[in-house]
Design a protein around this ligand. Structure first.
Ligand SMILES: Cc1cc2nc3c(=O)[nH]c(=O)nc-3n(C[C@H](O)[C@H](O)[C@H](O)COP(=O)(O)OP(=O)(O)OC[C@H]3O[C@@H](n4cnc5c(N)ncnc54)[C@H](O)[C@@H]3O)c2cc1C
Ligand SMILES: NC(=O)c1ccc[n+]([C@@H]2O[C@H](COP(=O)([O-])OP(=O)(O)OC[C@H]3O[C@@H](n4cnc5c(N)ncnc54)[C@H](O)[C@@H]3O)[C@@H](O)[C@H]2O)c1
Length: 487
């Protein structure tokens, strides 16, 4: 065992994902400790988004959607050749870029005189102190930010440890494109990978415990998306994974038999080459020993924070102790973590002028096939919050706009929900081509409090761009026309 060294920095951070951005020039003449154990599967620096999350997944979504071009082209009279996805080339293009960025980020931090990097797992020893058993370092910080993220939740069924079984942390580095993939789960990660693997040419079977996919979304969108997914790959509802058995237990290349159980108790078997488990993510509060350090947790294991992102202990904010990202946020989204990091960066530097993080109009997108984007309330939530009689909704089909005709689109929809008394937008849900971009004017209107009529008529919409689907959705709402409204 190494002798213990004690560091007393002005700022310590656990987590090099969103936490890494907190080391602003303000800290140049002060001492900072950054602790990160690295991504479990690769040891990489820089957290989930860069290494195993948003960025590599979307770099796979792009080739997968290009591989679908022949079906899209055929709708408008163009015949394209049979697509062939070169998985090793796609994988290497993605990770050559990402691994270099991660390595460069680590090297940069290692080279900074004012920053000590602890590249090991650390555990809290008090609200603003932690230790690394491996390096024998104890850190007692003036201010501490916990940005330790989340990890995949894996159901503990027999065979789950087989090498053919993956989470999003490992599946993107497979040697070959699997011919048959079983995807377990009906949420973000499961739906994105179902789109990727089916687009690239794998035979995909997606199973979900209940009926329908993306069930946390507006019901109309969840139903429309599920119907499209069912056309694009095999979806089996009301099934859980009971166990997995390797065909050849001594090899990690052969297939596996997945034993499923239906909700009415029947058993089924599936032969696949690879299993992706995407059944949610858990915050890493247990890994850092948050409860043992006396910090408050939500029921789902997240750290409890106030609007200034200060961590609570016994219901009270601990001065100089902050959290950002998946470890504390209900929405496990990178743009939320980034916003919280900007707020915390300000609060660390200005303890006498604390700012709050914004929780209104948080959008997100599911980059599946089709793509979905949403912001604000679902229709059910809106009806509950303001009364069903006070809401107005409009669902605009892409296919009923000029660009939708050009695309020969058959499934794209944009749904908007507003308060019919004031015209304020309450929620927006878009499914279809480029929905993650199309939704942005609605996020903007909600963020700046622009009513639906003014949002529609107070600006030009380029004709005949696909964005007209959003203009038409807004114009379809039954909302008051403000006095002197734009024409
Ligand atoms: C497959 C996938 C796709 C995604 N796609 C999107 C997307 O398209 N858009 C979007 O907005 N969001 C997406 N997300 C979510 C997004 O990646 C996360 O919300 C975001 O990366 C969280 O950042 P963070 O800083 O909270 O945590 P992380 O980036 O996970 O950083 C936490 C760091 O803390 C380290 N750590 C944990 N415990 C310890 C410890 N005890 N000691 C030392 N170090 C420790 C970890 O190793 C890790 O490096 C996706 C997530 C996944 C998994
Ligand atoms: N594009 C994006 O923004 C993006 C992409 C990926 C992930 N993420 C973030 O990461 C989070 C985690 O993603 P996720 O897809 O793992 O979680 P999720 O919460 O979106 O979906 C989890 C799914 O697993 C199912 N499930 C849970 N426990 C199960 C069990 N024991 N057996 C069978 N099924 C089970 C749930 O019913 C649900 O369908 C998301 O909530 C999101 O915040 C965002």
């Amino acid at each position: 065992m190494k002798p213990w060294t004690t560091l007393r920095p002005d700022l310590a951070i656990i987590g090099s994902g969103s936490g890494n951005s907190l080391i602003t020039p303000f800290w140049d003449d002060k001492k900072v400790v950054l602790a990160d154990k690295g991504i479990d599967s690769t040891g990489a620096f820089g957290g989930t988004c860069l290494n195993v999350g948003c960025i590599p997944t979307k770099m796979y979504v792009r080739p997968a959607s290009l591989a679908r071009s022949p079906e899209e082209a055929a709708k408008v009279g163009v015949t394209l050749g049979e697509p062939a996805a070169d998985w090793p080339a796609i994988r290497d293009r993605i990770f050559e870029r990402i691994d270099a960025i991660s390595a460069g980020g680590r090297e940069y931090r290692e080279g900074l005189e004012n920053v000590d990097l602890i590249q090991e797992k650390v555990t809290l020893t008090g609200p603003k102190s932690f230790r690394s058993e491996t390096t024998g370092t104890e850190v007692q910080a003036e201010q501490l930010v916990i940005a330790a993220g989340s990890r995949p939740a894996v159901p503990q069924v027999p065979g789950i440890e087989l090498p053919q079984v993956h989470t999003s942390d490992t599946v993107m580095r497979l040697e070959e494109l699997p011919a048959r993939v079983l995807i377990v789960g009906g949420g973000y990660i499961a739906c994105e990978f179902a789109g990727i693997f089916s687009g690239l040419g794998s035979e995909v079977v997606q199973i979900n415990r209940s009926h329908g996919l993306m069930k946390a979304l507006d019901r109309e969108i969840s139903e429309a998306y599920s119907a499209e997914a069912e056309k694009n790959w095999t979806v089996k509802y009301e099934r859980t994974l009971a166990s997995l058995q390797a065909h050849d237990p001594t090899s990690n290349v052969g297939g596996v038999t997945a034993h499923l159980v239906t909700s009415d108790g029947r058993t089924e078997q599936l032969e696949v080459d690879c299993v992706l488990v995407a059944t949610g993510r858990v915050p890493n509060t247990d890994l850092i020993g948050a409860a043992e350090a006396g910090l408050d947790l939500h029921e789902d294991g997240r750290l409890a924070v106030d609007r200034h992102q200060r961590v609570l202990a016994d219901g009270q904010p601990v001065e100089g102790l902050y959290a950002v990202g998946d470890i504390c946020s209900q929405a496990m989204l990178k743009h939320v973590a980034n916003h919280e990091a900007r707020v915390v960066a300000h609060n660390l530097e200005n303890p006498g002028d604390l700012r709050q993080s914004r929780v209104e109009a948080v959008p997100s997108a599911i980059f599946s096939y089709p793509e979905i984007a949403h912001v604000g309330l679902t229709e059910e939530e809106a009806a509950e919050q303001v009364g069903r009689e006070n809401i107005t909704t409009k669902t605009q089909k892409y296919g009923d706009t000029a660009y939708g005709w050009a695309m020969e689109d058959t499934y794209g929809i944009a749904k908007v929900i507003a308060d019919r008394r004031t015209g304020q937008l309450l929620g927006a849900h878009v499914m279809g081509y480029q929905s993650s971009n199309l939704i942005q004017p609605l996020v903007q209107a909600m963020s700046f409090g622009v009513d639906a009529y003014t949002a529609a008529r107070g600006q030009f919409w380029i004709h005949p761009a696909l964005m007209e689907v959003i203009e038409n959705a807004l114009l379809g709402l039954e909302v008051p026309i403000p006095e002197n409204a734009p024409l």
